[in-house]
Write a protein that binds this ligand. Structure first.
Ligand code: EPZ
Length: 424
């Protein structure tokens, strides 16, 4: 298993190109199942979850090709999809495999997808996906650890999600586009990744109104066709590099990003004293605070402060003057990084879903273990500012969602190395 070795204390300086958004690319790849034509997706990040989704589509007998190496464009053709199943072996490594449920049942009237089960950040059921598909007329059986959905043709309906769910909204949107009649989805997630998916579906011939709002109106069509679509920039990678510049006392330019998707994060970092300038539509410039001060954060659905930025913000808060109160409202168990940061010298008290981070505290390098994707990013950031050496174990978590993170950090001056399991 690979590890990261970080020698902290370097100010980061230079330019980082932001990659395409993993969480937009995954539903877009699943949406390719909706047509027999070719769907070409550009700006795909080269991360492990994308490789897993490509394997899943290939398992279903789709054609998945990429003209370049590392792949950033995928050509997907789901002409013959003889296997309409997402097996446990793939779903257990990536929950987003569940995104194939909606498109499969909508186009073929049958899907069998393994239940994802819990994960490090909480229980994460898919009951809302299942209930909504039932409302669209699918017959669902849950047995032997699998969800099996059948429908002659899904029927449009009006449904309100009892709780906002990102992949739930995406799954049902990709089902409703081929349903008979109109579907109204209320209390839908408004994350930019949902909007990006809706834009791809519209290019494929879907009829969707209310894109970007919490009410999506879908007029089902009989057939969708191929399309070419460039995936939006990754707002969480962007936010992570904003914190990397700020926490190391450095100055970074981030290109190919979408500042409009990061309003809540930018506002909070500015409240901490970090200087952030938008330079044109797709460029951000971050300069560390003269004096970093504490700020409170509550994670919320978009357009609020993203739960996927909570661990990175916590790393920054350990270096800010005063007490930062962090409240996690999306996932019940998303503080696994906190105890590792405490082992590095941070002062963090957890009480239920609230964490009080008192700073600034000097961090000292230590061996730590990554527990999930964003927790790992938080630990990398802590390692960049810690004295001496930080070893991060289980970096396969970070490889799931950050494209070449150690190379991007090295290019702007960080002392970070990947130590491959085989070299030990
Ligand atoms: C998406 O997960 C993202 N994943 C997550 O990113 C992100 O943290 C999360 O949205 C919140 O923004 C992808 O897009 C692939 P939810 P998702 O359904 O869709 C509960 C990362 O690091 N819920 O919006 O699975 C759920 O337990 C990942 O890139 C139900 O109770 O999240 C949670 O408390 C991690 N029943 C809340 O809703 C359901 O059927 C929101 O979860 C569905 C969800």
């Amino acid at each position: 298993m690979d590890r990261f070795k970080i020698q902290g204390g370097r100010k980061l300086q230079g330019t980082v190109r932001i990659s395409g958004a993993k969480n937009a690319a995954l539903p877009a790849m699943a949406a390719a199942l909706l047509t027999a034509d070719t769907v070409t997706l550009q700006n795909i990040p080269h991360v492990r979850d994308i490789i897993t989704m490509a394997k899943l589509l290939a398992h279903m007998r789709c054609r998945v090709e990429s003209p370049d190496l590392p792949p950033s464009e995928f050509i997907i053709q789901a002409e013959t999809v003889s296997m309409r199943e997402a097996p446990y072996e793939l779903v257990k490594t990536m929950r987003a495999s569940v995104l194939t449920l909606g498109p499969l049942v909508a186009r073929f009237g049958y899907a069998r997808v393994s239940l994802p089960g819990g994960c490090a950040i909480g229980a994460r059921p898919i009951d809302l996906h299942i209930q909504a598909l039932e409302r669209l007329g699918a017959e669902i059986k849950v047995e032997h650890g699998y969800v099996e959905a059948r429908a002659k043709r899904l029927r449009g309906t009006t449904l309100r999600f009892p709780k906002i769910t990102v992949t739930g909204t995406e799954n049902i949107l990709t089902a409703a586009v081929l349903a008979d009649g109109e579907t109204i989805l209320e209390n839908a997630a408004m994350e930019p990744e949902v909007t990006d998916l809706a834009e791809l579906l519209i290019k494929m011939g879907a009829k969707i109104e209310g894109v970007g709002t919490s009410t999506l109106r879908v007029e089902g069509v009989d057939k969708l066709h191929g399309a070419t679509h460039a995936i939006i920039p990754d707002r969480i990678e962007t936010g992570t590099f904003l914190v990397a510049g700020a926490i190391t006392g450095g100055e970074l330019s981030l290109t190919d990003c979408e500042p409009a998707h990061l309003k809540a994060v930018i506002e909070k970092l500015r409240a901490c004293g970090v200087e952030i300038k938008c330079e044109g539509d797709h460029k951000l410039h971050v300069r560390a605070a003269k004096k970093l001060v504490a700020a409170d954060v509550t994670t919320e659905e978009y357009p609020g402060f993203a739960t996927d930025m909570q661990a990175q913000f916590m790393a920054l808060a350990t270096q800010a003057q005063g007490v930062s109160r962090v409240r996690e409202t999306i996932f019940e168990n998303r503080y696994m990084h906190a105890s590792e940061m405490v082992r590095m010298g941070a002062n963090i008290q957890i009480d239920g879903n609230e964490a009080a981070v008192t700073g600034p505290t000097p961090l000292s390098g230590a061996p730590v273990t990554a527990s999930d994707l964003r927790a790992s990013a938080g630990l990398v950031l802590a390692g960049l500012v810690a004295d001496n050496t930080t070893w991060i174990d289980r970096v396969y978590h970070i490889d799931r969602g950050y494209e070449m993170i150690e190379m991007k950090l090295q290019d702007v001056g960080a002392n970070i190395e990947r130590i491959s399991g085989r070299e030990e």
